[in-house]
Design a protein around this ligand. Sequence first.
Ligand code: ATP
Ligand code: MG
Length: 395
Amino acid sequence: MLSRLIPLEVSELITDLERAGHRAYLVGGCVRDYLMGLKPQDYDITSSATPKQVMSIFAHLKVLPTGIRHGTVTVINRGVSVEITALRKEGTYKDHRHPDKVIYTNSAAEDAARRDFTVNAMYYSPSEGMLDFYGGQADLAAGILRAVGDPELRFEEDALRILRALRFAARLGFTVEKNTVAAMRAKVHLLQHIAAERVLSELGQILMGDYAEAVLAEHSYVTECLFGAKAPDDLGKYPKEYRLPLFIAHCGRNAEGAETLCRSLKTDRRLARSVSAAAFALYGYGFDCWLEVAVYAGKHGIKDARMTCILLERRGGRLPANWESGLALMECGKLPLTLRELAVDGADLKALGAVNGKQMGTLLEKLFAYVHTGGINEKTSLCAEALRIISSEGC
Ligand code: ATP
Ligand code: MG
């Protein structure tokens, strides 16, 4: 029944590989997703052809050598790109992450032994049907995530699998099987060998899961080992895009710690800014009036300002009642977000008597405050207010 669901662009590749005398299967996430009635995010094919053979079989198509060292090439068939990886077994592992060497094989059973979880180790082809060497279908039906083979050994080989377990549990709502959990606990210290970028990427995916809060609470030993902290216990209450900045800010324990954690996780600047906005809300800061929110939104952007306000609101921080409507007005342009959105410019102020840049800057800030406390953002009204400020306050 699966064969009817597979897009033609993908099944054609399997047929071509078989015609050339090879075995070829869909494998991993796409088989798992099909069996769960979900649309796969992408398609992975594994085949007995080596990357070189795949390149020559598909010489008429665009083929990218995306991971040739691991036996992977990407074939693009009428706009659909499919990773084709050679069936392989792995030698011993170095550094708790990478296998020493990759050995090609013709056997799906051997290939299955190197995969992480039973639900990720199923193979399907229209000609051979489902190959399920480790009871993946039964585990899928029961909602169980179970390591393939000896769990301790598997996490010792590659500690990243501990985070992958949380990723799948958080996304699918699966329970991690007892022996697999025991091995995760026993090997959790090996996560120190995993590159920061990988930790951050998995963490982001875990937090996007519908079951993230429960999974992180149940497996708190993972974040305790990595960051010395449990996940916040109200994660599930927030929109998914706030969870990563909130999590990092929380684990940092204070604003400075959050910044340091961003550096060690090698976050990009965008995420670091969101983390600092979350830390603002978490560590005792707040807003005493709308104008403070407006200035903050001008500096951090509407999106982060909204997150800060939501965190403050849900955690009982200082916040004016009209923050939400105010941000909505800024967002649709009815209130200025920055000084540049004021209806006067430097030349207007110069004509009114502002003499230098500093004076002009102060004046613009005062006009920004004026507009955000009921004044009208139009040239005549702003010029009148500017004149009043200059004559009464001298700038
Ligand atoms: P997603 O839907 O998130 O892409 P996926 O199961 O396809 O999930 P990928 O990271 O794309 O996950 O990996 C594809 C497949 O490769 C997995 O299903 C699994 O069989 C295997 N795999 C990936 N990473 C590992 C690993 N670190 N150890 C063992 N097997 C792995
Ligand atoms: Mg995938």
